[in-house]
Design a protein around this ligand. Structure first.
Ligand code: PGA
Length: 262
């Protein structure tokens, strides 16, 4: 069976509506010959671009997601976005607990758990991000931190919803301009920690949950990262924001697990 590789990007607080729709159009064009049996391609734009993006993007080629979501459908939550509002735009994927939400906006594991549950209960796919800070790595508690984020973030999730759960491992020290990418050996070691924890939580079904690596993924390190047995996909920031660079990164790596060539 072909192994599907996950490729995604979070546009963070970059790209306005026009830039987002143009980016998506170019990315669709450039990648449309690659069979979606071989890959799942997703883009997570800003909220303000999401509606236009949803109207102009062919979902057969690119899945769109939201960067965050409230754990309630409606109520006194000024500034928040409800799962129903996302679904109204046809959005079925939501990222939860990105490192900037956790460390800049101070979200807790308990909040991430409420959001994951809410997304799954609404039939959406939840992409839960986990990862340790540089300090936690120095203290040599990376595994404990990752396992805690998973155990709290995924608390009380029924096995029947696991097919709509994706995990991204994004060490905080690896993300952004000042980040150092994790070596592929380190990424593999932590992906194994994650997969073991998911199996511990959910049994055999846990081992089927895709685990993506993120944090300074670029065209130079992508091949070696995706070649690791426990890395199921690449979650890319800066190196994906130019559609042609993202396209070449995808083409370099998409058939690595299946052994065929493009
Ligand atoms: P980066 O971002 O690839 O620019 O380091 C990764 C992320 O924040 O998801």
């Amino acid at each position: 069976m072909t192994k599907k590789i996950f490729f995604g990007t979070n546009l963070k607080m970059y790209k306005n509506i026009k830039e987002t729709t143009e980016y998506l159009k170019t990315l669709s064009q450039l990648t449309k010959d690659i069979s979606r049996d071989n890959m799942e391609l997703f883009v997570i734009p800003s909220y303000t671009s999401l509606c236009s993006a949803a109207q102009s993007t062919d979902k057969q080629f690119i899945t769109l997601g939201a960067q965050n979501m409230c754990w309630e459908e409606k109520g006194t939550f000024t500034g928040e976005i409800s799962p129903l509002m996302l679904q109204e735009m046809g959005i079925g994927l939501v990222m939860i607990g990105h490192s900037e939400r956790r460390h800049v906006l101070r979200e807790t594991d308990d909040e991430e758990n409420r959001k994951v549950k809410c997304a799954l209960n609404h039939g959406m796919t939840a992409l839960l991000c986990v990862g340790e800070t540089a300090k936690e790595k120095d203290y040599k508690i990376s595994d404990e931190v990752i396992r805690t984020q998973l155990k709290i973030g995924l608390h009380d999730i029924p096995g029947s919803q696991l097919s709509r759960l994706w995990i991204a491992y994004e060490p905080v020290w690896a993300i952004g301009e000042s980040g150092t990418p994790a070596s592929s050996e380190y990424a593999e070691e932590k992906h194994q920690t994650i997969k073991n924890c998911l199996t511990e939580l959910f049994g055999e079904a846990g081992s089927q949950i895709p685990v993506l690596y993120g944090g300074s993924v670029n065209p130079d390190n992508a091949v070696s990262l995706i070649s690791q047995p426990s890395v199921d996909g690449l979650f890319t920031g800066r190196s994906a924001w130019d559609a042609s660079v993202f396209n070449s990164l995808i083409r370099k790596t998409v058939y690595i697990k299946s052994g065929s060539c493009i």
